[in-house]
Design a binder for this molecule. Structure first.
Ligand code: FES
Ligand code: FES
Length: 157
């Protein structure tokens, strides 16, 4: 079937099979391998992307459901000049990753929070991020990075 949607700001048309998940289509057909697949059961958050600005687990979201919608992945966050999104920069500044496998999903989940709640409390960040698992960092650096990005994004507005 033909799928038409907006992908990282660009109108996109591709052929897919109805059974394919959004994560499979983004990785294999669109070559956006920032979308990670781990649990494939909506448990770990590694595959988080935004659909119409809201976070979804792409591993359990059928690709055809994005027809006519806006999809944003980690590859779509830097601006046209290549400058990193404040969340990407903050994760670098705080060394908020080790293997990096969870990082794209972490950043996309955090972006969804900051888009809705620009100045979240620590408790709100922890609550929002509890669906994103990291085996490496211990989470403190991730929390600090999100807090830094929150400040930066408010200054930029
Ligand atoms: S791979 Fe989708 S939630 Fe774990
Ligand atoms: S940095 Fe390795 S899983 Fe999070």
């Amino acid at each position: 079937m033909k799928l038409s949607f907006e992908l990282n700001g660009k109108p996109t048309q591709i052929e897919i099979e109805a059974r394919e998940t959004l994560a499979e289509v983004l990785r294999a057909r669109c070559r956006l391998t920032g979308v990670k697949i781990s649990c494939e059961a909506q448990v770990c958050g590694s595959c988080t992307v935004q659909v119409d600005g809201l976070p979804v687990s792409a591993c359990t979201y059928l690709a055809y459901e994005v027809r006519g919608r806006r999809v944003t992945t980690i590859e779509g966050l830097a601006d046209a000049s290549g400058r990193l999104h404040p969340l990407q920069q903050a994760f670098l500044d705080h060394f908020a990753f080790q293997c990096g496998f969870c990082t794209p999903g972490m950043i996309m989940a955090a972006k969804s929070l900051l888009d809705e709640v620009p100045d979240p409390t620590e408790a709100e960040i922890v609550e929002h991020m509890n669906g994103n698992l990291c085996r490496c960092t211990g989470y403190l650096a991730i929390l600090k990075a999100i807090q830094q990005a929150s400040k930066e994004m408010r200054v930029q507005k």
